[in-house]
Design a protein around this ligand. Structure first.
Ligand SMILES: NC(=O)c1ccc[n+]([C@@H]2O[C@H](COP(=O)([O-])OP(=O)(O)OC[C@H]3O[C@@H](n4cnc5c(N)ncnc54)[C@H](O)[C@@H]3O)[C@@H](O)[C@H]2O)c1
Length: 273
């Protein structure tokens, strides 16, 4: 398999580590880095390359990434990169795993992606990320009376640099504090680095405007806790997932990268699960 990766930060580097330890080692890895980040990405890849069997390249445009002929591209760079790169790749007929799921809360961008995917005969694949139960929620999306409530709890340091700082003093927070209540769309647009799970649940189930979200800073939280409740005419369930924060970025649950690996495996295996 030849893969393209947009962005070379925490998730991309962890994913390459995981791929290399799995039975899915790619034959070729092409990284699309920003012009400013290209030299650092080249140096990092070169260091890794001494140990790895795959060939590799660093490019700085979506067109150049397409020329690397990846079978699959994984976006792990952020909303800006989804806007500037993903449509070109979809139009070229290449499927893209979009990890920055919250970007789809921007209705105009979601439309652009839809048109590009249809024009290229390609698909956007959204990984479940840190959360489970997306299969059942997606199945229940057509059930009557669907209601979904999500609570995302992280330690205060995981909210640093986000709009949570407009509402509470993170350093002084001594008990679990709700600093945001609203729709998944509002959460994803206001907290682009922190509300991907809210967006994923919403896109799978009741939609971005009808999925209720609470975001919480809790100094007692050892990791990132994603809990949600689903009620519908067909089935009700509750789920709580406590994940270690990823070693390189407290905002990201460590399980996210495993979910991306699963999405890649499902693209290559003879059976999907
Ligand atoms: N789906 C989920 O459950 C989930 C969970 C965690 C994080 N995320 C999202 O995944 C994305 C990546 O997370 P991360 O922890 O690896 O972030 P990171 O900040 O560690 O890495 C992002 C990298 O992308 C690069 N980049 C930014 N804009 C770019 C562009 N236009 N072109 C090329 N490169 C660009 C940055 O220089 C950086 O190297 C974020 O959008 C984050 O919100 C999703």
């Amino acid at each position: 398999m030849r893969i393209g990766i947009i962005g070379f930060g925490n998730i991309a580097a962890s994913l390459l580590d995981l791929l290399d330890r799995s039975d899915l080692t790619p034959a070729h890895v092409a990284v699309l880095a920003s012009a400013r980040g290209a030299d650092a990405a080249r140096a990092q890849l070169a260091q890794r390359g001494q140990l790895r069997p795959h060939t590799q390249a660093v490019v700085t445009t979506a067109e150049a990434l397409v020329e690397e002929t990846p079978n699959l591209v994984i976006e792990c760079a952020g909303h800006g990169a989804v806007i500037s790169h993903v449509p070109t790749i979809l139009q070229a007929g290449i499927d893209v795993i979009v990890v920055s799921v919250g970007a789809l809360a921007d209705a105009a961008l979601a439309e652009t992606l839809r048109h590009a995917a249809q024009a290229g005969g390609a698909q956007v694949i959204l990984p479940a990320g840190a959360v489970g139960g997306i299969d059942l929620l997606s199945a229940l999306s057509v059930a009557d009376g669907l209601e979904v409530r999500y609570r995302g709890t992280k330690p205060p340091r995981a909210w640093a640099g986000s709009r949570a700082e407009d509402t509470i003093d993170l350093a002084a927070t001594s008990t679990a504090t709700v600093f945001f209540q609203g729709s998944a769309r509002q959460a994803a647009l206001a907290f682009p680095k922190n509300a991907n799970v809210a967006a994923t649940l919403a896109l799978a189930g009741a939609g971005l405007d009808d999925t209720l979200v609470e975001l919480i800073a809790d100094p007692a939280a050892a990791g990132n806790i994603h809990s949600y409740e689903v009620r519908s005419a067909i089935a009700n369930y509750r789920m709580e997932i406590e994940s270690l924060p990823s070693a390189g970025n407290a905002k990201t649950s460590a399980s996210t990268v495993y979910s991306i690996l699963r999405a890649i495996r499902n693209r290559t295996n003879w059976v999907t699960l």
